[in-house]
Design a protein around this ligand. Structure first.
Ligand code: ATP
Ligand code: MG
Length: 658
């Protein structure tokens, strides 16, 4: 839509402003022994369904499927007729193969010294006991179980116990409010809640049970509340309550894993609500586990015998479902499971955990990486992190500067960084570099994985040429795709399949660079229209973060009488940088130099914090309210609503040269 580019009026739906010339080739030794090679792209391109069949053969099936894909757009069934038990695949088969003594989880509580080692044999006993307990409570195949827990071993055990008996779990992040829990229990019509008295956060017990009590009072459909004792806090008890240790401990540790249909539901997970009313995303069994397992093997180059893998997400988010529980366990991996926050009891806690367990693969989020940058290079430098060999990023576009910092200060300049794009809806990674194959560019998700047909299209749904920007879509069904929105097929069709004919539209903007590699540009709802140019928030934020004094930045478009919208930036300075009158001017000039004058922010506000969702994503919608002097919209999914007061206080000092 830029009028200055003749012939591209309808092609360029999103401006492509940022050029990045840095490249990082895969380390030679990693490339030489990589799980996946360039040949996999060709094989998958030639025979996509054959490729996914081979991936499905990584699992143990009680009955093989008869039809790989049944596609009645937009409804897909994968591995039709196949039968498997997801929990058996994640646990029992490793024990049967003689790997019962292998560690499944090194669990690290937040209080120092609080840790537990859980082998696959331990996990099998615990999952069997929990499955027997759920059955004793009357939970049957197809029933829904809500799970609201801290990051303790009973959390993955509960997921696996549900999977084992064919009950559908609905994990609700432990930071959500009673009303969020109530609405999710109602929507799924859950009959049991599994919870804990509390968990440890920031050095203190943080209660969960009172929130559950408040929610369950509104939920007559809940028959039982199972409570793990974690913190030892006082809890009120109701006649629905039963302690985990009373119920589960007395169960038999034997339980037969009955095979379920490949298309039987595995779980519902509500999207995090960054943009609107949460949707219950439904995932099923065979296709989901196939793609979670294959991508974990491919994208992290997981070697189950030698790697120690750590994904820092909470199991309350899809990243935790697919890359703490199902993918790693299906692959027989040894993982770290950490209860707490990165700054308790000190800001080096993550690096201390890496050192303690010899973590080789680390998967975290850009928000955490930018926070570590802000805290300073000297903190990770105090720890021995020479065990690390692959680093991953997920959740938001990673700014090139944050990528390079991660690579340098965490990865010792030897570890490839994989920027993995995917969503709750996609179930597993879709677009990502492969660590032994891709010459990665900082900030780019690079290429769709083998077997995934993703594309960048213009507003008419035509593929954009190299150098063009537009919308990220998926053109063919994939095994771990959402099957529907729970109880609402129409919402599934309207939300994901209506914008472009026959394509899944993910809601994200993207561009294809001159080599054809894909860069994510943030949500299309956040795109700014400045003097007829569609400018992505991501590119301007990355330009700001590339300035040595900037740690984090969020930009939004605010109504402007001259340009339609004008760019307003909220900036957090690095630890060492001083706020002074010249900094705003300096940053505006820096952006103009990096991206061109069109992207120069009208205003720069130096702020102490940014509003984030509980999964750490910047909530630009609230910043837009501030920039346009409106009263704030819904703040219920914010981590800390007092942040908005801190930001509003900065407004009078708005630094603008216009
Ligand atoms: P909601 O859909 O409820 O608003 P959400 O989209 O934040 O919440 P998730 O499914 O957890 O919930 O996140 C997926 C989104 O996160 C993607 O659509 C994309 O916007 C962003 N994202 C995830 N990984 C990446 C990545 N590597 N690069 C760029 N963006 C990413
Ligand atoms: Mg989303």
């Amino acid at each position: 839509m830029t009028s200055e580019t003749p012939g591209h009026e309808t092609q360029e739906t999103l401006s492509n402003l940022l050029t990045e010339t840095r490249r990082f080739a895969p380390p030679a030794d990693l490339a030489a022994s990589a799980n996946v090679t360039a040949a996999d792209y060709d094989e998958a391109a030639e025979d996509r369904l054959g490729f996914w069949e081979r991936a499905a053969e990584r699992l143990t099936w009680a009955e093989r499927w008869t039809n790989t894909l049944e596609w009645n757009p937009p409804f897909a069934k994968w591995f039709v007729g196949g039968k498997l038990n997801v929990a058996y695949n994640c646990v029992d088969r490793h024990v049967e193969a003689g790997r019962g003594d292998k560690v499944a989880y090194y669990w690290e509580g937040e209080p120092e010294g609080d840790s537990r080692t859980i082998t696959y044999a331990d996990l099998q006993r615990e999952v069997c006991k929990a499955a027997n307990a759920l059955e004793e409570l009357g939970v049957r195949k197809g029933d829904r179980v809500a799970i609201y827990m801290p990051m303790i071993p009973e959390l993955p055990i509960s997921l696996l116990a549900c999977a084992r008996i064919g009950a559908i779990h609905s994990v609700v992040f432990g930071g959500f409010s009673a009303s969020a829990l109530t609405s999710r229990i109602h929507d799924a019509d859950a009959k049991v809640v599994i919870t804990a008295d509390g968990g440890f956060r920031r050095g203190a017990p943080s209660a969960l049970k009172p929130t559950v009590d408040e929610a369950v009072r509104e939920c007559p459909e809940i028959e039982h509340v199972v409570v793990v004792r974690r913190t030892g806090q006082e809890v009120a008890t109701t006649d629905k309550d039963v302690w985990w240790h009373d119920l589960v401990e007395r169960q038999s540790d034997q339980h037969t894993a009955v095979p379920h249909d490949a298309e039987d539901p595995l779980y519902i997970l509500y999207t995090s609500g960054t943009t609107g009313k949460p949707k219950g995303i439904l995932h099923t069994s065979g296709g989901y586990l196939t793609q979670a397992s294959w991508t974990h093997h491919a994208v992290f180059d997981l070697k189950p015998d030698t790697d120690v893998y750590w994904c820092t997400a909470d199991i309350g988010w899809v990243t935790g479902h697919s890359y703490i529980v199902y993918g790693p366990l299906a692959n027989g991996a040894t993982s770290v499971l950490y209860e707490g926050t990165p700054d308790t009891p000190h800001r080096g806690r993550y690096w201390e955990v890496v050192q303690k367990y010899g973590v080789t693969i680390l998967y975290t989020a850009p928000t955490a990486i930018r926070t570590f940058m802000k805290w300073g290079d000297d903190i990770p430098a105090k720890f021995d992190m020479s065990s690390l060999r692959v680093l991953g990023s997920v959740g938001e576009p990673i700014n090139p500067e944050a990528y390079v910092w991660y690579r340098t200060h965490i990865g010792g300049d030897r570890c490839p960084v994989v920027d993995t794009w995917w969503q709750t809806e996609t179930g597993a990674i879709m677009v990502s570099p492969l660590p032994g194959v891709t010459s990665a560019k900082p900030g780019a998700a690079m290429r769709p994985l083998p077997g995934i047909v993703a594309d960048v299209v213009d507003d008419q749904g035509n593929s954009v040429p190299n150098g063009g920007g537009g919308f990220l879509v998926v053109r063919e069904p994939w095994p771990s795709m959402l099957r529907t929105v729970w109880g609402d097929d129409q919402r599934y069709i309207d939300t994901y399949w209506s914008r472009f004919d026959g394509m899944y539209f993910a809601g994200d903007g993207a561009k294809r660079d001159d080599d054809g590699d894909v860069w994510l540009l943030g949500r299309v709802d956040d795109v700014m229209l400045v003097s007829g140019h569609n400018i992505s928030t991501t590119e301007v934020e990355s330009a700001l973060v590339s300035h040595p004094k900037v740690a984090e930045a969020a930009v939004v478009g605010a109504t402007d009488p001259v340009t339609g919208q004008a760019i307003v930036s909220f900036v957090i300075l690095r630890g060492s940088a001083e706020e002074n009158d010249d900094i705003a001017a300096e940053l505006r000039t820096h952006v103009a130099k990096t991206l061109g004058p069109i992207a120069k922010p009208r205003q720069i506000l130096i702020v102490p914090e940014l509003p984030k969702t509980r999964s750490g994503k910047i909530m630009r919608r609230l910043l837009r309210d501030v920039a346009e002097n409106r009263s704030l919209g819904d703040v219920t999914t914010l981590t800390d609503s007092s942040v908005m007061n801190l930001i509003s206080e900065q407004l009078p000092s708005a630094k603008s040269e216009d």
